[in-house]
Design a protein around this ligand. Structure first.
Ligand code: SF4
Length: 389
């Protein structure tokens, strides 16, 4: 078996998509499937392993950085038999050079983790968990169509703690139908008892053709209005900062030193590889993504073909644009010096007019070296990001 040759100090990130869930949530339009047989799951992992081996074969003469982050996302990676995660991680360790201090994360949904699974993850080298709670209140979990209850979440936390997982993130959501500010605060208050190192707070986005979008459209559910949703966001922000968390990306908070090293790569345009259904990669200056249909994905790989659809080689203009709007997601902002080191000129050369107009509107702040979102800019993030496209 070939292995990747390594060089360079900036680590490589690897994402593996596990597209299986026990049941589809009412708001979800991700690449995930429920009720698939164990045979399908086994075939999927065979195809996933083939994709990894194919990549290594095709790049056997390339010199790549050592891997410093691996992320099993989904879907619900914790819903499948732990052996699939173990064999995938073993394969990655066989063919890539993985740094000793690599951050290796798995997404977990409450209700799918057992003590046995948690210890096997730990033994396999997983050292970070990302747990999807969304809300503390059972009535909200029901509306969302989540498979778990508050009690399941508490059990999952106990399992993680007992297995020695100290580094874990919890996802929460704001702007849910029927959710009040008091519910959001109760969720955060309850979470503090578990001392997560990281929290992600997302606003519900209604995706077309999901059951939730249809219920809202039919008037069966009502969303909080925009002001209420923003109030929830700022209440989360104030509470977590008071508790010592840093707000380091629009949706992400962490204890000092516990940023998601993997996710930061997406905002800093560092190369990463995505394996699995619909997974995206940024590698050798090109973006590409895999097909989204599971049978097609498996058939292509099992027939020895590629499942990737390549985008044209990125032009320098596109790279500049991505560098700006992805980087501005980080609350610490972007440095003109870093931009100049990448592109050989100040970002004011291309974007001076756009930047000055966003500063005039109070959406961006410039201190002479760093450009970043203001509080108002966070409320109108999409307007800021689109201005650089
Ligand atoms: S658990 Fe996540 S991926 Fe699975 S259906 Fe729910 S939202 Fe979608």
């Amino acid at each position: 078996m070939n292995t990747i040759k390594v060089n360079g100090t900036t680590g490589l990130g690897i994402y593996c998509h596990i597209p299986f869930c026990l049941k589809k949530c009412a708001y979800c339009d991700f690449s995930s499937f429920s009720c698939l047989s164990e045979d399908t799951i086994r075939l999927y992992f065979e195809a996933l392993h083939k994709e990894i081996r194919n990549f290594v074969e095709e790049n056997k003469n390339s010199v790549l950085p050592a891997v410093d982050t691996i992320y099993f996302g989904g879907g619900t990676p914790s819903s499948v038999d732990a052996k699939h995660i173990e064999t995938t991680l073993a394969l990655l360790k066989e063919v890539f050079v993985i740094k000793d201090d690599a951050e290796i994360t798995i997404e977990i949904n409450p209700g799918t983790l057992t003590g046995d699974k948690a210890s096997r993850y730990k033994k396999a080298g997983i050292n970070r968990a990302s747990v999807g709670l969304q809300a503390w209140q059972d009535f909200l979990l029901k509306i969302l169509g989540r498979i778990h209850s508050q009690a399941d979440f508490i059990r999952t936390m106990k399992i993680l703690k007992n297995t020695g997982f100290e580094n874990f993130s919890v996802d929460v959501m704001v702007g849910l139908p029927g959710q009040k500010l008091a519910d959001v605060m109760e969720t955060l208050g309850a979470l503090m008892a578990f001392s997560p190192t990281h929290l992600s707070s997302y606003s519900l986005i209604l995706e077309a053709d999901t059951p939730m979008a249809n219920w809202v459209e039919a008037g069966q559910l009502e969303l909080p209005d925009e002001d209420e949703e923003r109030q929830m966001h700022w209440a989360v922000d104030a509470f977590l900062k008071e508790q010592g968390y840093e707000h380091y990306e629009i949706s992400s908070y962490c204890r000092p030193g516990y940023e998601s090293r993997h996710n930061v790569k997406y905002w800093e345009m560092v190369p990463y590889l995505g394996f699995g259904l619909g997974a995206h990669s940024y590698f050798k200056g090109r973006r590409y993504g895999n097909v989204n249909e599971i049978n097609q994905y498996c058939e292509l790989l099992m027939a020895g073909k590629s499942a990737s659809i390549f985008e044209p080689v990125m032009e320098i203009r596109e790279m500049m644009s991505e560098w700006m709007f992805l980087g501005l997601r980080k609350l610490g902002g972007i440095r003109d010096d870093d931009y100049s080191a990448c592109f050989g000129e100040s970002f004011f050369v291309r974007y001076g007019e756009v930047i000055n107009s966003l500063i005039a509107d109070g959406l961006l702040a410039w201190d002479g070296s760093v450009l970043k979102l203001t509080d108002r800019g966070q409320d109108f993030g999409n307007r800021v990001f689109m201005a650089f496209v």
